[in-house]
Write a protein that binds this ligand. Structure first.
Ligand SMILES: Cc1cc2nc3c(=O)[nH]c(=O)nc-3n(C[C@H](O)[C@H](O)[C@H](O)COP(=O)(O)O)c2cc1C
Length: 216
């Protein structure tokens, strides 16, 4: 709940084409945790919204400033992403990077926050300040397998002046196999959802006023 006692809105975006896959399984655990905490959680599959990569905006932007690419990205951005208080990206690790669907989500936003989009400034303002989380599914278990993606999402979050509040990594290859990962990433994913809006977050600057201890 926020300070007005309205539920916080959490958007969970699954970047795998496999709806019964490991990223989706972890995303559902995030959703369950978020709902248990009273948040309003929505889980969407990027495949339902994105059919195109970012184009050359000078060539494909319409006269009225809108994007002419024919898919549902605009609805994803305006109806779900911009109104959300927090977003959890769930992606399989593909070649040590995110899935193309997840990368396209970041890229396609450019069309709407660029100066050449009539409401670009208002889109940028509405991107700001969100809590962001990341959930990764990979076949390999070594800790560095997701570092490239973690770094990218951290930089994205810094750029939008958000807060990168957590990462969960689970291993599996077959659909849903992540359930058997002894590190229990489903438990971690549920906790991420449950504490998403209350989890302690810090990222100090020189001028940060701070106590000498982190936990009371
Ligand atoms: C194109 C492709 C590339 C992949 N690259 C990696 C990789 O670099 N490292 C890894 O650990 N797993 C890799 N995998 C395995 C997936 O990350 C793994 O199967 C994951 O659980 C799939 O998630 P999903 O069920 O949500 O689709 C790759 C899979 C595919 C299809």
């Amino acid at each position: 709940m926020d300070e007005h006692n309205t539920p916080q809105r959490l958007l969970i975006l699954v970047g795998s084409p496999r709806r019964d896959g490991n990223s989706a399984t972890l995303g559902e655990a995030v959703r369950a945790g978020a709902e248990a905490a009273g948040s309003e959680a929505t889980l969407l599959y990027l495949d339902d919204y994105l059919q195109h990569f970012l184009g050359d905006c000078r060539r494909c932007r319409r006269e009225d400033g809108e994007c002419s690419l024919q898919d549902n990205f605009r609805s994803l951005l305006f109806d779900h992403f911009l109104p959300a208080d927090g977003v959890v990206f769930c992606s399989p690790v593909y070649w040590y990077g995110p899935s193309a669907q997840m990368k396209a989500f970041f890229d396609r936003g450019f069309c709407y926050y660029a100066a050449s989009y009539p409401q670009g400034a208002s889109v940028l303002a509405r991107m700001a300040g969100k809590r962001i989380g990341l959930v990764l599914a990979s076949e390999e278990t070594y800790p560095g397998v997701g570092l490239g993606i973690i770094h990218q999402v951290q930089e994205y979050t810094r750029y939008i002046e958000g807060a990168f509040v957590g990462v969960v990594q689970g291993a599996g290859n077959r659909r849903g196999e992540v359930r058997h990962d002894p590190r229990q990433p489903l438990v971690e994913a549920r906790k991420l959802g449950e504490h998403f809006f209350t989890r302690h977050y810090s990222d100090y600057r020189l001028a940060t006023v701070r106590k000498t201890q982190v936990w009371n």
